[in-house]
Design a protein around this ligand. Structure first.
Ligand code: FES
Ligand SMILES: [Fe+2]
Length: 350
């Protein structure tokens, strides 16, 4: 079950060019994206309502798209504008369209009740469009439920183990208790890690002679946007002195493709050595390598869950944020479905 009345990231803006017909399945629904002549993005069902051929195999004609099976053509509002050889256009020959917004390099889609789509509810992904931050865009597809990726992002203790050779390298992250605060539609987590060894990733980017302090402060907005302020500085320097620090801001978006496949859009920006393209590239590559580590364990976890009899998972302290977030999601899902309460329910693991 997916939260319908919510904004999801559907694509990077550069994935939809002037002549692109982009096909992407979101929340189990095949959607077609293209741009009108004025640059605005259109999102409509990819399944042609005539005989269900995919529209992405069609042809863009001005602001319209022609299905290249029998030639039926639809306008950007989804209404049929032409049926070859037929003067009368049946009203039912109409594609569902979706509210779509392009904001700070991401294309957002609203798959629920169109009247409830409020652009103001899109989280502020400031570093995606800010002159002081540099980054490269990235994308991975995971063969697992979006819920397993959410769990992973709500508990950074896994950095020490899954990312031993990239972002971790000690057990200090897992040993530091996170500070957790519930937001109206999300969760805020702070994890200051003191006097630890620099991660292999930090050694590539900076010269740290001794131990370091690290910080991870992030908001996870339901149903799948993570905005992270993270960094590293020499131990002993005051917290408000970032002159020797490496600071990162990361925007990550998890959008279900279906129950067992998830789109993952992400980047990590840096505001130090801004004009050094090698730094930008190194960060992007390191992030990609680290997320491939997540992909490996999460896809294996999904296979294990699916191939064995259903049984309860046994909680540990590190799961605190996961459980609290899942309870919030149960409440939001109940509201989404028009039910009065669901706060007590707990969704299955995946
Ligand atoms: S299936 Fe699209 S026009 Fe017939
Ligand atoms: Fe990870």
């Amino acid at each position: 079950m997916f939260l319908k009345n919510a904004w999801y990231v559907a694509a990077w803006d550069h994935e939809i060019l002037a002549d692109t017909l982009l096909a992407r399945t979101l929340l189990g629904v095949p959607v077609l994206f293209y741009r009108k002549e004025n640059g605005d993005v259109v999102a409509m069902d990819d399944k042609c309502c005539h005989r269900h051929a995919p529209l992405h195999l069609g042809r863009k004609q001005g602001d319209c798209v022609r299905c290249m099976y029998h030639g039926v053509t639809y306008g950007p509002d989804g209404r049929c504008v032409e049926v070859p050889g037929q003067a009368k256009l049946p009203a039912a020959l109409k594609q569902r369209t979706y509210p779509v917004v392009q904001k700070k390099r991401w294309v957002w889609i609203w798959m629920g009740d169109a009247e409830r789509a409020d652009e103001a509810a899109i989280p502020d992904t400031f570093s995606l469009d800010h002159p002081e931050w540099r980054w490269l865009p990235n994308y991975l597809q995971y063969d697992c439920s979006h819920l397993l990726i959410t769990d992973n992002l709500l508990d950074f203790s896994h950095l020490d183990y899954v990312h031993e050779k990239t972002f971790g390298g000690a057990s200090s992250i897992a040993e530091t208790q996170p500070l957790i605060e519930m937001l109206e539609r999300g969760i805020r987590i702070r994890r200051p890690v003191r006097d630890t060894v620099p991660a292999p990733y930090h050694r590539k980017l900076g010269r740290f002679e001794g131990n370091v302090d690290r910080w991870f402060t992030y908001d996870f907005h339901a149903p799948g946007i993570l905005l992270l302020d993270a960094g590293v500085k020499p131990t002993g320097t005051p917290d408000d002195d970032l002159s020797e620090a490496l600071r990162f801001h990361s925007c990550q978006a998890i959008t279900p493709e279906n129950d067992r496949s998830t789109h993952y859009f992400f980047m990590s920006a840096h505001n130090f050595r801004r004009d050094d393209a090698v730094v930008t590239e190194t960060i992007a590559r390191s992030l990609n390598a680290a997320f491939a580590e997540d992909k490996l364990i999460l896809e294996a976890q999904q296979k294990m869950i699916d191939s064995t009899a259903e049984s309860p998972m046994v909680a540990i302290g590190a799961d605190n944020a996961l459980y609290r977030y899942r309870r919030l999601m149960a409440k939001l899902l109940a509201e989404d479905a028009g039910e009065s309460s669901g706060a007590g329910a707990f969704p299955r693991a995946a």
